[in-house]
Design a protein around this ligand. Sequence first.
Ligand SMILES: O=C[C@H](O)[C@H](O)[C@H](O)COP(=O)(O)O
Length: 267
Amino acid sequence: MGGVHPEIVPPPTTVIEASKRLAAWTAVDRHVLPEYKVIGIGSGSTVPYVVERIVAQGPERNKDRVFIPTSFQSKELIVNAQLLLGDVDQYPVIDVTIDGADEVDETLNCIKGGGACHLREKVLAEAADTFIVVADYRKNSDVLGRNFTQGVPIEVAQFAYAKVLQNVHLLGSPGAVLRMAKSKAGPVVTDNGNFVIDAPFPEEAMKDPYTLLTRIKMLTGVVEVGLFCHMAKAAYFGNQDGSVTVKWHDGRIENVDSGSSPVPEST
Ligand SMILES: O=C[C@H](O)[C@H](O)[C@H](O)COP(=O)(O)O
């Protein structure tokens, strides 16, 4: 764990990347406390900045901590940052988990799973005493599905996908599709060996994500649904003007002036 740390993520060159970093750094500064020893690491493009900031807390702070990944990607991040890797079966109680989101509504319900990692992410969110979301300003929304339009990610057992797809069509998402891979023929296969269905629902259904979650989860063959309801304690959004908006679980909205502009010098 000693020695020079490798670069975890290149410095941001766009306002969106800088906003992600701002959210991640602010959340780590406030929620990864010195006494915390078991830390869940989420997945996606915002999380490398989380790991970067944790590493900046120094080897002394990190030497007796263990980091639990939510995906192959976050496992690589932990290992490359020379942090100690653990798993949730060894550490079923986590002090804090920090993760990204595809969209967050006004009461902190989230769509997650744009990267097909939502099963492990939800396990680590639920195992954590504190679950914190970090994202750029585009994810800050009033109603889920307004910004992230590809639909609710649903992880399904491979053999059951066609049956679940039919069920989901009848449940009110006629446009639901099996997620196809980009650089491989055939469907996306998750880290757990399952398929993913993307199911866009009308706004009326998305206004009550908990009911929708329970309906989808009851379908046999569904492994996990990318709707995270009543889980997050706070969501941090990096803004274009260099401030951070914090939405708290009790409805409070806080504006933090980071004192630094997120606009990268090169733009
Ligand atoms: O499956 C992926 C995860 O739920 C990500 O946390 C989510 O897609 C957000 O990722 P990003 O930070 O890249 O927007």
